[in-house]
Write a protein that binds this ligand. Structure first.
Ligand code: G6P
Length: 378
């Protein structure tokens, strides 16, 4: 299917700009208002009874999907109260954890065809099906953009992320839609397990509902400024991305985007780990991009940024304008939000910055060398 690039220079930029619509689609498809009590429910196409016996979750994915899974794991543990682990599919295949009862296995794959993910899920189905005790039976959900794919045939409980076709090899809007799918799951589990009050759940849902105009605004504000920033940085050799808590996987994803399309070395770190290695790399030639969302770990991230500043690194902040953020040499402003929602906002400026750096270097942004949209071999 030939997709229209509209007036965008590359598909990737168009797909970054599709994200407000991705959010609207997700809200329309999966958020249902209960007319009796005015409360919202998440409507996934499988029975909620399915969730009741679940005591733990294991998530299997590769690449960008693994980063969405890590945000999902944070939400499922911290918001819904369910112990959750995330695995690289390629590792899980050859060293799966010992089988535990009442476990939900979630496969996350945009294409639905990634060989390692398919093989890992297949192995999990087989090893669980071979045990008679019902507590060990396979309970599966797949989060994918292609329900008619290999994973769609393996798994009957599908969350279709409904992101539309993504042409750019570097995943953007599918990552965003995978994240939303995990917010939905976390809300569903919190409701069923009673881990959050209806009030808290209502607050999170309201933040999701408010997203589309905030995303439009972010794109509007940052497209030009990230182009300017790219102009200054297109020749750098190394970049460190820092985040903590729910934004640690966003630091990983920011670094992955930059590597994939610009061929600049980038490493994402949990900010508190900087002193255990990456700090040795820092000097004025190595910029540090810190994700500093107000909340639980804000002060810690700012003090980690201070340590980088003391080593002469140029500091870029992804944060709202607030006390503490004056430390950044350049602030990519995002609206202030509930910390739990912040990954959905923070990822956009990072995608734009990577895009503009790669475009400025004159690279084939949509088809980076050595990478494929869907990796169907091991
Ligand atoms: C490839 C793509 C990545 C993607 C990864 C996993 O490496 O280039 O963008 O994140 O595969 O793909 P999946 O389809 O399983 O999400």
């Amino acid at each position: 299917q030939i997709m229209d690039k509209m007036n965008f220079k590359h598909y990737m930029l168009k797909e970054i700009y599709d994200q407000p619509q991705t959010a609207k689609n997700w809200l329309e498809n999966y958020l249902i208002k209960n007319l009796d009590n005015g409360q919202y429910q998440i409507k996934y196409p499988f029975d909620t009874e399915f969730f009741e016996s679940i005591e733990r979750i294991e998530i299997i994915a590769c690449g960008t999907s693994k980063h969405a899974a890590m945000v999902g794991s944070f939400l499922l543990e911290q918001f819904s109260g369910i112990p959750t682990n995330v695995f690289y599919a390629s590792e899980f295949r050859y060293s799966p954890p010992p089988l535990l009862p009442n476990t939900l296995t979630i496969g996350v794959t945009q294409s639905g065809e990634t060989a390692d993910t398919i093989a890992a899920i297949d192995m999990e189905i087989k090893r669980r099906s071979s045990i008679e005790d019902k507590k060990f039976k396979p309970n599966l959900i797949a989060i994918t953009n292609r329900k008619e794919s290999s994973i769609g045939r393996q798994v009957s409980n599908i969350i279709d992320i409904c992101a539309g076709i993504e042409v750019g090899v570097a995943a953007t809007k599918t990552f965003f839609a995978q994240l939303l799918s995990f917010y939905g799951l976390a809300i569903k589990f919190a409701q069923i397990k009673g881990n959050q009050s209806p009030d808290e759940i209502g607050k999170l849902i309201n933040e999701l509902i408010k997203l589309p105009p905030l995303l439009e605004d972010l794109l509007h504000k940052h497209n030009k400024s990230s182009e300017k920033l790219a102009h200054d940085f297109f020749n750098i050799k190394d970049v460190i991305f820092l985040g903590r808590g729910i934004n640690y996987p966003i630091a990983l994803e920011g670094a992955l985007k930059l590597k994939e399309i610009s061929y600049i070395h980038a490493a994402g770190y949990p900010a508190g780990e900087m002193k255990h290695g990456p700090i040795a790399l820092l000097d004025k030639k190595v910029p540090v991009i810190s994700i500093a969302s107000p909340g639980e770990v804000f002060d810690k991230v700012i003090s980690n940024a201070q340590e980088a500043k003391a080593r002469d690194s140029y500091l870029i902040g992804i944060a709202p304008e607030c006390n503490g953020t004056e430390i950044f040499d350049y602030l990519m402003k995002v609206p202030s939000s509930n910390e739990l929602i912040s990954p959905l906002l923070n990822i956009l400026p990072l995608q734009l910055l990577s895009y503009h750096i790669a475009a400025h270097r004159g690279l084939d942004v949509d088809q980076p060398r050595n990478l494929a949209k869907s990796v169907t071999v091991e």
